[in-house]
Design a protein around this ligand. Structure first.
Ligand code: PMP
Ligand code: GLU
Length: 404
């Protein structure tokens, strides 16, 4: 096929991928605001807090100390040791720096894992609703995403029975995200154990994305999938980062914890693509992991209060239902009762049209559920201040009431 292409015609693979809708809607909301429009943004997938001072100070000190050279591809040893220590404390066994690869964000670690584990034709099971990037990364590995749905009634969690039913001889991997983006769902120990048993029985690799693990509410426990059953650590790659827990989205720092053979393969890929994560960021990350965790706890208190406020305001709007999110900083209400109605720009045919209406006519940025495999829902981030939540929800209530 490529023989017929000329000049700068793009390859087939990249043309099969959409740009990240979460990033593009957030950018659109930002540029509308910059152009003077009155926009309240619930699209942001990042804490609205600044990075804690002691982390910034560590970066400044690294800069002054001349830590500005190439570092090992897998990351500086002390940082990998710190990650290994953290996960040893969380119950993983026999860890050392050899199990850890530092990357330029959890997104980058996930990319590395899909690239080194998946072959063309392999199937990767992704519970829906899912974070937008998972299917794209599976496609970028020339593998096939297989979606397993869930319902609002069961809290948007994939059951072990539905997982089992989706397995074929080509199933290679499961991507599991708890707390979940976009639903805020948090799996319980029993739910994860049931899924773990299926993984062990069929020897399915698990990509455990726990980027929101510091943001679990209502006293639910933080769990490490790799520790749930004997032997599971050999099937599990744990991916995490500092973007959400330490308000460091722009620093670009993530990591994975995996059996050494997988870590080595990801290292090989990074050595031929990105090399090390930014040297200065790695010293800041060390301070984040080893320093005072109070800022992380304080952010969680704010998120929890905003979560309750947003859920209460959403549930008060006619025609809106909202499962209680138990983690992360998103709500995922169902607005499908408003689809098919007519607004100033015509019929609101789907959740994309609904989000366009909310942005254009009400000045509120949200992300359509179809981007996450859940048409009819909408994602609202509560990583913003209480006043914006109150004002934005009032605008949404008004904008929905105006639909006929
Ligand atoms: N996983 C999930 C579920 C996410 O929402 C995000 C987005 N921040 C990431 C991974 C990637 O985070 P980062 O690359 O900033 O570490
Ligand atoms: N993960 C965040 C979100 O879902 C940030 C954007 C992105 O990386 O896609 O909004």
């Amino acid at each position: 096929m490529s023989a017929s292409k000329k000049g700068l015609a793009l390859g087939d693979l990249i043309q099969s991928i959409e740009p990240s809708p979460t990033l593009s809607i957030t950018a659109l909301a930002g540029s509308l605001k910059a152009a003077g429009h009155d926009i309240i943004s619930f699209s942001a997938g990042q804490p609205d807090f600044d990075t804690p001072d002691h982390i910034k100070e560590a970066a400044k000190a690294a800069l002054d100390a001349g830590k500005t050279k190439y570092e090992p591809v897998v990351g500086v040893k002390v940082l990998r040791d710190a990650v290994a220590k953290l996960y040893t404390e969380r119950g993983l066994k026999d860890l050392s720096a050899a199990n850890v690869v530092i990357s330029t964000g959890a997104k980058h670690s996930l990319y590395g894992c899909t690239q080194v584990l998946l072959d063309p034709g392999d199937e990767c099971i992704i519970p829906a609703p899912y974070w937008v990037t998972y299917p794209a990364q599976v496609l970028l590995a020339r593998a096939t995403p297989v979606f397993v749905g869930s319902t609002e009634d069961n809290g948007f969690k994939m059951t072990a029975a539905d997982f089992r039913a989706a397995i074929t001889p080509r199933t290679r991997m499961l991507i599991l995200n708890s707390p979940n983006n976009p639903t805020g769902a948090v799996y319980t120990r029993a739910e994860l154990e049931a899924i773990a048993d299926v993984c062990l029985e069929h020897q399915i690799a698990v990509l455990w994305d726990s980027i929101y693990d510091e943001l679990i509410y209502g006293g639910l426990e933080m769990l490490e999938f790799a520790t749930l059953r004997p032997g599971l650590q050999d099937l599990t790659i744990t991916v995490n980062g500092l973007s959400k827990s330490h308000a460091m989205t722009g620093w670009r720092l993530g990591y994975l914890v995996a059996p050494p053979a997988v870590a080595d393969a990801v290292s090989k890929l990074q050595s031929q693509s990105t090399s090390n994560a930014t040297s200065i960021t790695q010293w800041a990350a060390l301070a984040a992991l080893q320093g005072d965790q109070e800022p992380t706890r304080a952010m969680k208190v704010h998120f929890d209060r905003r979560r309750k406020l947003m859920v209460e305001l959403l549930r008060a709007i006619p025609g809106v239902t909202c499962a209680e999110p138990m983690g992360a900083f998103y709500t995922f209400p169902n607005l499908s009762a408003h689809l098919g109605k007519t607004g100033p720009d015509g019929v609101i045919a789907d959740d994309n049209a609904l989000c366009n209406h909310l942005l254009k006519n009400c000045g509120v940025a949200t992300v359509p559920g179809s981007a996450f495999g859940a048409p009819g829902n909408v994602r609202l981030s509560y990583a913003t201040d209480d006043d914006s939540i109150r004002a934005g929800l009032a605008r949404i209530a008004e904008g929905l009431a105006a639909l006929k």
